[in-house]
Design a protein around this ligand. Structure first.
Ligand code: MN
Length: 171
C-alpha cells in the first residue's frame, strides 16, 4: 500500500465502515476514473482519477460541469485506494463521510498532456495544477480540464469542459 493512503486510513475505522482499506488490481490497461455521488452532511460528488496506483480525489459540491463555460469548484481530498472505485453503500453514522455513496459514472481516461509539444505525466500535470484529460465514461465523454486556482493550505481547483474537435467543427 502506498504511503499516500495514510490520511485515508487514519480517518476511517475499518471495523465499522464498509469502505475498502486497500487497493485492488484493475482489469483495464488504461487508467480509470470514477465519480461518486455522496449524500453526506452536504451532498457532493467525488471525482477520482487513477494516478500511479491510487485514486487522486476532489470533492465537487455542484457535480461535473455539464456545458462549455461552466466552472465547478473542486476541492482536493485525500488519495483513496484503487478498491474505492467500486465502492457503493452507506457509510455508517459517526464515521467520516457518513451517508450514502453511489457510483454516478466511471470509465477510463486519457492524459491529453502526453500528446502535446511538451508532454507532461499526470504527476507533473498535478504538480503544475493543470490537468487535461479525455474522459471515456458512460455519462461523461469528452475533454475536461482541472485547473488549480489557489494553493497553500486550502488548495482550490476548477473543473471545466474543454472544447472538443466536434465543437471546433461546429464553430
Ligand atoms: Mn465525499
Amino acid at each position: 500500500m502506498t504511503d499516500s493512503l495514510k490520511a485515508y486510513r487514519a480517518k476511517r475505522d475499518f471495523n465499522v465502515t464498509t469502505e475498502p482499506a486497500g487497493g485492488q488490481t484493475r482489469a483495464s490497461d488504461r487508467p480509470i476514473f470514477v465519480i461518486q455521488r455522496h449524500d453526506a452532511s452536504t451532498l457532493h460528488y467525488d471525482f477520482r482519477l487513477e494516478v500511479d496506483g491510487v485514486l487522486k480525489s476532489w470533492a465537487v459540491p455542484k457535480g461535473p460541469p455539464d456545458e462549455l463555460g461552466e466552472r465547478r469548484l473542486a476541492v482536493p481530498t485525500e488519495d483513496h485506494p484503487m478498491g474505492y472505485a467500486n465502492f457503493e453503500g452507506r457509510i455508517p453514522k459517526g464515521q467520516y463521510g457518513a451517508g450514502k455513496v453511489e457510483i454516478w459514472d466511471s470509465g477510463t481516461y486519457r492524459n491529453l498532456r502526453e500528446t502535446g509539444d511538451e508532454p507532461a505525466s499526470m504527476n507533473e500535470a498535478l504538480d503544475e495544477g493543470k490537468v487535461e484529460i479525455f474522459l471515456e465514461g458512460r455519462r461523461l465523454h469528452g475533454p475536461y480540464a482541472l485547473i488549480r486556482t489557489a494553493g497553500g493550505d486550502e488548495p482550490r481547483w476548477l473543473w471545466l469542459q474543454m472544447k472538443s474537435d466536434e465543437d471546433n467543427e461546429k464553430s
